[in-house]
Design a protein around this ligand. Structure first.
Ligand code: SF4
Length: 441
């Protein structure tokens, strides 16, 4: 059974409220942290090996150490709660059921970074959660854990919740900052990075909800102890939101030593494929990461079991591996049509493109139109090569990672499931009435 650090108290009734959270030992990590120096906290976070839980997996301690500290210029912590990646809903769970874990993590992180005014930028569609967070902020303030002179330390900290307008692109950190400043959420060219010029041109750290919540157990048990959970550079625990054709969709906390096979088939996690069907493929890290067929999902090309961690999932690179990403684990059974699935994703990225760069603005639209044509049985064989060519021209040629996120699913689908694209083209009548999966298994 995986060790629980973040969700250990999630089942306790009333844990959403300060009184219950405090009774379970809540805010003791904050009390401990406020007796440490900011540098000592930073060293613990670095020692923990925590990697950003939003998708990129960049070491959090290193990110914090890049924060510029010019004299007299305020600094900010901004929590990225704009969780909009299809298949990813673990931050929603944390905020809805354990809001004080996030607030406590923000207090410790704000103290470490020197942020007296910190923000939570939350996805517009999570319309019921800001009230939960604001209530938790008020409770923490009434108990002396936010506001002026927190616990007599002289440190002041306010936290504000800002609702997004429902644009996926605002999950990109610089687009988020633009939106937080009241502008259209267009990604900025980097450099300068937010650590130097972020919110209102001030040094800013932008971190994912889960990353900030993880600061609480790190301070609680120490960074060194945190590294003993997990494996290699995949330290600590990771939240996985599992969905698709499985028996038990939900949010799970894993310690990154379990195999993908165990995660899918064990009753502790996904409980196997729905209706006893065969596993066809999986996108293990949210819709932006490459899809992998069942054989490469469960084992690497060397025949080793694949594990639920950053290194093992990426084993083999984009050719045979995938990525841990945000932990949005989408399972597809044998009946699913990869062409239709890829077309749906292409439509999503086309809709969410901010339109600033030509390869993304035009390329995502072309990919969607071609995929739609193939899926309807109106495609030609050369369309597959055209699709491949377009995604190659998008990847690496855009301002922000949305371009790559749109290109990778198409590349992986063609690489691993070319036969399905060809089937749609060769069987125009059949492809209008049934999908490849149903016709072949
Ligand atoms: Fe906008 Fe797409 Fe360019 Fe990102 S890659 S800046 S979403 S057009």
């Amino acid at each position: 059974m995986s060790k629980k650090l973040l969700l250990k108290d999630a089942h306790i009734e009333g844990i959403r409220y300060f009184e219950t959270y405090r009774k379970q030992g809540g805010y003791t990590a904050a009390e401990k942290a406020l007796k440490m120096t900011p540098d000592e906290i930073l060293e613990e976070v670095k020692a923990s090996g925590l990697r950003g839980r939003g998708g990129a997996g960049f070491p959090t301690g290193m990110k914090w150490s890049f924060l510029a500290k010019p004299e007299g210029v305020p600094r900010h912590l901004v929590v990225n709660a704009d969780e909009s990646e299809p298949g990813t809903f673990k931050d929603r769970y944390l905020m809805e059921f354990l809001p004080h874990l996030l607030i406590e993590g923000m207090l410790i992180s704000s103290y470490c970074l020197g942020s007296n005014v910190s923000y939570i930028y939350i996805r517009g569609e999570y319309s019921w959660i800001p009230d939960i967070l604001e209530e938790a902020i008020e409770e923490a303030k009434a108990a002396g854990f936010l506001g002026k002179n927190i616990m007599g330390t002289g440190f002041d900290c306010e936290i504000y919740v800002q609702r997004g307008g429902g644009a996926y692109i605002c999950g990109e950190e610089t687009a988020l900052l633009e939106s937080l400043e009241g502008k259209r959420g267009n990604p900025r060219l980097k450099p300068p990075f937010p650590a130097v010029k972020g919110l209102w041109e001030r040094p800013t750290v932008v971190n994912n909800v889960e990353s900030i919540a993880a600061i609480v157990p790190i301070i609680d048990i120490t960074g060194a102890e945190y590294t003993k959970i997990g494996v290699g550079r995949s330290t600590g625990t990771k939240l996985i939101s599992a969905c698709g054709n499985i028996n038990k969709p939900g949010v799970y906390e894993i310690d990154m030593t379990i195999t993908v096979e165990e995660f899918i088939y064990s009753d502790e996690y996904c409980g196997g494929i729905k209706d006893g069907k065969k596993l066809k493929a999986c996108i293990p890290g949210g819709s932006s990461v490459p899809i992998v067929p069942a054989n490469l999902l469960l084992r690497t090309v060397n025949g080793e079991p694949r594990y639920m961690n950053y290194e093992s999932l990426a084993d083999g690179g984009f050719a045979t591996g995938t990525m841990m990403g945000s932990g949005g684990f989408i399972v597809l059974d044998e009946d699913q049509c990869i062409v239709e699935h890829t077309m749906t994703l292409a439509r999503f990225y086309n809709h969410e493109s901010c339109g600033q760069c030509t390869p993304c603005r035009e390329g995502t639209g072309w990919m969607y139109k071609i995929l739609k044509k193939i899926e309807k049985g109106e495609g030609k064989m050369e369309d597959i090569d055209l699709l491949w060519d377009i995604q190659r021209k998008i990847e690496g040629n855009t301002i922000c990672p949305l371009g790559d996120a749109a290109a990778w699913p198409v590349a992986a689908a063609i690489r691993h499931f070319r036969d399905e694209f060809e089937w749609h083209i060769k069987n125009p009548e059949l492809s209008q009435t049934q999908n490849y999966g149903l016709a072949h298994y």
